[in-house]
Design a protein around this ligand. Structure first.
Ligand code: UDX
Length: 431
């Protein structure tokens, strides 16, 4: 068992803290937000993440997990200090490391000799060296170690992804430090890849950029399928049987969103530019994604006869994907914004994030269920693949709508022929 401090109680920090405590470590999780810390100390988990509330309760109950305000109190007695603060996108596209630097300056003077600082937040190549430099400038003991240990958590699946990862990556120039960090994961059954810091940092960006590339690729193929009358679902199936391709991340849709892919592809493009490498492929991935949002809007505008002015559109789903309450960089909200800008009335329903969306978008008429969203609407847009949208009474939905009862299924969640039998002018993506 080790004494671990986790700085930052967001998605990554909270999951990391609760999971490390469940592995038997003694964990102090710190955040600057006093209200958040007070709630967490009572076991109230402010994010929708399967299994996390139970893990937090277990950790609190067993005395292995505690929450404090401020990084220094948490770091003071720790052997390991995990940096899990936000690294948002800056105007240039580069990752903004100001929160990381502030924490480093705060903890440096209190770190015990031999402590290891672990970069868990997504940070550009070279950040391990940067953190080491800043620690020594801020007065940290000479033998404080620094390692990169990127996370690969998917929102909505974070606890499973942490406890059953496909790999654990540790980037560190000091082999002894790398071994100490790997020991934290000894209860986890997964390959542990120990490499140099730059490669570890690049593994994170390259993995996300590759997944984003796969999504933009299948979206591009979907658009081509529409032009040549092929069915992208059949195509993805035929591709996926090849183990070199695989079935995962071949679902076309409104484009990728969320707090990671848009930010990490921008940051990697920025790193490439700064390094003088013309990463045209990745710029293409980002451009296809941007265009994909627009394609959904075009489908809706066409279904409305060319203008959205005064048209009522029912929207199903606002989060960037199903099973999360996260609206960050959600393609669904990009589509809603464009619909509103086009003069449409937008009646939107989301199983978990309606209230939060209404707070951000006052023009959005957020309603309390799928039927209300469809009531009186000429068009319906399914934008997030919540499972509940499969099991609706579609005769009732159709009866509540007005002509032309166009249904744009941006997630290919529904069966086209069944929808057409119900009287919907159904459109999917790539079929
Ligand atoms: C992602 C990575 O999966 C994870 O490993 C990393 O640590 C953080 O970023 P997350 O952002 O939670 O996780 O979402 P993910 O499930 O990867 O989906 C990202 C976006 O791609 C969503 O908007 C999703 O709807 C979209 N997507 C995903 C598709 O459009 N098609 C697919 O086949 C898969």
């Amino acid at each position: 068992m080790s004494e671990v401090a986790v700085i930052g109680a967001g998605y990554v920090g909270l999951t990391t803290a609760a999971c490390l405590a469940s592995l038997g470590h003694s964990v102090t999780c710190a955040d600057v937000d006093e209200q958040r810390v007070r709630a967490l100390a009572k076991g109230e988990v402010p994010i929708l993440e399967e299994g996390l509330p139970a893990l937090v309760a277990d950790g609190l109950g067993a005395g292995r997990l505690r929450f404090v305000v401020g990084a220094a109190p948490a770091a003071r007695d720790a052997e390991f200090v995990f940096l899990c603060v936000q690294t948002p996108q800056s105007e240039t596209g580069a990752a903004d490391l100001s929160a990381v630097e502030a924490v480093v300056r705060e903890v440096a003077p209190v770190l015990r000799p031999g402590t290891v600082v672990v970069n868990k937040s997504t940070m550009p190549v070279g950040s391990t060296q940067l953190v080491a430099r800043e620690l020594s400038q801020a007065g940290a003991a000479n033998d404080v170690g620094v390692a990169s240990n990127p996370e690969f958590l998917r929102e909505g699946n974070a606890v499973r992804d942490f406890l059953q990862p496909s790999r654990v990556v540790i980037g560190c120039d000091d082999a002894a430090v790398a071994v100490r960090v790997s020991e934290l994961y000894r209860e986890i059954q997964a390959p542990i890849l120990v490499t140099d810091p730059a490669s570890a940092e690049m593994i994170k960006y390259a993995s996300n950029a590759f997944l984003a590339t796969k999504i933009s690729f299948i979206n591009a193929i979907a658009n081509l399928c529409e032009a040549v009358n092929a069915d992208v679902r059949e195509v993805a199936l035929g591709m996926g049987y090849d183990p070199r391709i695989g079935f995962e991340f071949l679902h076309p849709g409104p484009g990728y969103g969320g707090s990671c892919f848009p930010k990490d592809t921008a940051a990697l493009n920025h790193t490439a530019e700064a390094a003088g490498y013309d990463f045209s492929l990745l710029r293409g991935v980002v451009e296809v994604n941007r265009r994909q949002h627009e394609r959904i809007i075009e489908k809706l505008r066409d279904a409305a006869g060319g203008s959205l002015e005064g048209v009522t559109v029912g929207v199903w789903g606002l989060t960037f994907k199903a099973n999360t309450d996260d609206l960050r960089d959600s393609p669904a909200l990009v589509v809603c914004e464009q619909l509103l800008a086009g003069g449409a009335v937008v009646q939107a329903y989301d199983p978990v994030a309606g209230e939060a969306a209404a707070a951000q978008y006052p023009d959005l008429q957020v309603v309390s269920d799928s039927y209300e969203a469809a009531a009186g609407a000429q068009l319906l847009a399914l934008l997030t693949e919540w499972d509940e949208f499969r099991w609706l009474d579609f005769a009732r939905v159709a009866a509540g709508m007005s002509a032309p009862r166009a249904l744009v299924d941006a997630r290919n969640l529904l069966d086209p022929s069944a929808m057409r039998r119900r009287g919907f002018a159904y459109q999917g993506v790539g079929r």
